[in-house]
Write a protein that binds this ligand. Sequence first.
Ligand code: OGA
Ligand code: MN
Length: 293
Amino acid sequence: MTWTITPQHPFSARVEGIDLRTPLTPAEVQRIETLMDTHAVLVFPGQQLDQHQQINYAKHFGPLDLGLRKLKGGPHRFDYAELADISNVKADGQVAEREHGKIVGNVANQLWHSDSSFQRPRAKYSMLHAVVTPAFGGDTEFADLRLAWDHLPDWQQRQVQGLRAVHYALHSRFLLGDTAYTDEQKNTLQAVEWPLVQTDPRSGRKALYVGVHTCEIPGMTLAEGRMLLMDLLEHATQREFVYRHRWAVGDLVMWDNTATVHRGRWYDLSERRELRRATTEEVLTSPEAAALA
Ligand code: OGA
Ligand code: MN
């Protein structure tokens, strides 16, 4: 069957005529990677994937990322630790109370971020599949960090070129008042640094790699660095650079975390919302790794 690719926004496209349950040929994997270089966000509507099928689809693109499950063991509803439970549902299947520890993760996802940018290796592709959607709200927004770079004024491109940013997993949690972590948990997730401006080895495009996990710019005072990071994130997420996805059950949305940031939007937390995310780790050749060191 031929795939129909319909660009729906400057950096996102719908892909139809593909069944993600079927193993991909190497040529098909390459085709999707090439589409990802162009679009950064791909929407595959109408996919009926079980956990196993979603994991198998994701594995075509690299080793799977565990994200924050490294930090928080605890009960998990799924057969795979690598499948992130993006829902407001407890292990017993009931909708979580607002005070439940899980809800802070839902709220933190409403801050602009790139998945697992706080670790090495970081996340490359996230693949989020909608299982239950609320009556309203609960959209997900994406902003293109390459457009953000392209539209920075020259003086600011010069200002930020060569700078680095510190990414820390708990920064967004601390912002939301979620501070009850043991020293062991805090140490499990050491902060990492990434260049603020990076060139994608595949597309050759530069991206402004910011998001809520960034908390410091080495060489600047905390105040000046944080202000600059907030300014850059505000620039990157202006409306013209944002694609808003309204979920339908069965959608699988795949995005490139090195080229975009995303955030969940408000929904009534007492209503059930269930999505499942599989995520790949970025795999770099040694020259690519050296450029990002
Ligand atoms: C994610 C995420 C936002 C949302 O799955 O990584 O940030 O809308 N989701 O649930
Ligand atoms: Mn996320």
